[in-house]
Design a protein around this ligand. Structure first.
Ligand code: S3P
Length: 176
């Protein structure tokens, strides 16, 4: 799918921590020849702090305000692929903004895959215990489900996953 076919609208990858939004987003953007924006990376770059430090020093609400501010700035830029943070799509104002700026894709991975990834790379402030992760995911499922495209992730991101994702986006584009 070319940028032309994508309708020059941004593609927002949404979904829980550890589903591969950044990895898949970067690969998809490369495939489409379009810019890639990673919200967590940008927050860390512009604030000069790790996300964990922002949560600890300023609290989650401050982080959410920074996140919404960054989203507003991203939708003003050239359209591209955006890897959102796991909580971005859970705020109504962010969902509205995403809806107005492009297409949202829910990367939906099974809880087992999420927990397995989390046990390997556990830098995230909200990642306190498997029980907490299960209940947070449960709480968020109906929100992620409001995305335009539902894309199931069964394994680690690969070229094949990117091909399937590009196809799912193309199918959505044809329908809408
Ligand atoms: C969060 C997910 C993280 C990061 C922050 C909060 C969440 O992003 O934005 O730790 O609320 O789910 P990833 O989904 O990229 O890990």
């Amino acid at each position: 799918m070319s940028e032309e076919r994508a309708g020059k609208r941004a593609i927002f990858l949404v979904g829980f921590m550890g589903v591969g939004k950044s990895t898949l987003g970067r690969l998809l953007a490369g495939r489409l020849g379009t810019p890639f924006y990673d919200m967590d990376d940008e927050i860390e770059l512009t604030s000069g702090k790790k996300i964990g430090e922002i949560f600890e020093a300023e609290g989650e609400e401050s982080f959410r305000a920074l996140e919404s501010e960054l989203l507003r700035s991203i939708v003003e830029r050239a359209p591209g692929v955006v890897a959102t943070g796991g909580g971005t799509f859970c705020r109504p104002e962010n969902r509205d903004l995403i809806r107005s700026a492009g297409v949202s894709v829910w990367l939906d991975a099974p809880i087992e895959l999420i927990l397995e990834r989390g046990s390997r790379e556990n830098q995230r402030p909200l990642w306190t215990s498997p029980e907490r992760i299960r209940s947070l995911l449960e709480e968020r499922l109906p929100l992620y489900d409001q995305a335009d495209v539902h894309f199931r992730i069964e394994s680690l991101p690969s070229d094949e996953t990117v091909t399937q994702l590009a196809r799912a986006l193309e199918a959505h584009q044809k329908e809408s």
